[in-house]
Design a protein around this ligand. Structure first.
Ligand code: GLP
Length: 268
């Protein structure tokens, strides 16, 4: 696992955007896996700014979002489809038909939608680069603790902690979903590259468990230890409980000189 520690949330966005742009310049027809939540908003703003400068195009890109709530329509402003439209899709040159969210409108069978979603990902050759945030309980996508490490796109009942964490985003009296459809942990692990972003003290404990704890379904993000090309980009607050942060900084310094000498390789 490559662990990159930068100063603040802005630097996390700048660093992540740089990685994505480098990737997209090499492979304009990239298949991106996308995440919602507060953490990637600054990243999407940065990508939109780079697009507006004429230095990036999403025209040939295809996207798959990690997850979506069940019980609200995609047109609901609280849906993850709406989130993506607002923060990225409507601001860049991507055709809506190339953007995918595992939408499950009322009356649809989530199991059918989950299987079809997996097939769509396979049909385009898989995800090249998956962006992830992390829930304070270690979830990735909506793979709550105790999710099977072999799980695929399916329905998950949200934990009470996740419902409470996300409650700030809903007005009082507004319907707040307690179910979601999410890519599984095995689906995520099939992405060729993974970029997990975390900022703030409230993520310090789950980040410690994900990076330095045992691989366990109790902390779904710890499954990323099994993925060769995972990069975790953290601000100092999110990294504050890591025992080996000095080593990660040292590795990154060494890495720069190794890249100068031998060209690109990954810190796995
Ligand atoms: C939600 C999303 C996750 C996201 C998490 C953390 O639960 N399903 O994909 O990583 O929130 O969100 P935030 O970045 O707002 O802390």
């Amino acid at each position: 696992m490559e662990v990159v520690i930068v100063k603040n949330p802005d630097d996390v966005a700048v660093h992540a955007a740089k990685r994505i742009v480098e990737f997209m310049i090499k492979k304009p027809d990239v298949v991106l896996g996308l995440a919602t939540g507060n953490t990637p908003i600054a990243l999407y703003e940065r990508l939109v700014a780079i697009y507006n400068e004429g230095k990036l195009s999403f025209q040939d890109a295809t996207t798959f979002n990690l997850d979506e709530y069940i019980g609200i329509e995609p047109s609901n402003p609280q849906s993850y489809r709406s989130f993506m439209n607002t923060h990225l899709f409507e601001k860049v040159d991507i055709a809506q038909s190339r953007t995918h969210v595992p939408e499950c409108p009322p009356g649809e069978n989530p199991r059918v939608i989950g299987d079809a979603y997996e097939q769509k990902i396979t049909a385009v050759g898989g995800i090249d680069l998956q962006i992830l945030g992390i829930g304070s309980n270690g979830h990735i996508g909506f793979n709550e603790p105790y999710s099977s490490l072999a799980s695929r796109t399916r329905v998950k009942t949200l934990t009470q902690q996740t419902v409470a964490d996300n409650n700030r985003l809903f007005a009082s009296g507004e319907f707040q979903p307690q179910l979601a459809i999410t890519m599984g942990i095995a689906t995520i692990l099939e992405a060729r590259h993974i970029l997990l972003l975390a900022t703030g003290k409230q993520k310090a404990s789950c980040i410690r468990k994900a990076i330095e704890g045992p691989v366990s379904a109790m902390c779904p993000a710890s499954a990323l230890q099994m993925h060769r090309y995972t990069t975790v980009i953290l601000d100092e607050d999110a990294a504050s409980e890591l025992k080996e942060s000095d080593y990660y900084r040292w590795v990154n310094l060494k890495h720069e000189s190794l890249v100068d000498e031998y060209g690109y390789f990954h810190n796995d």
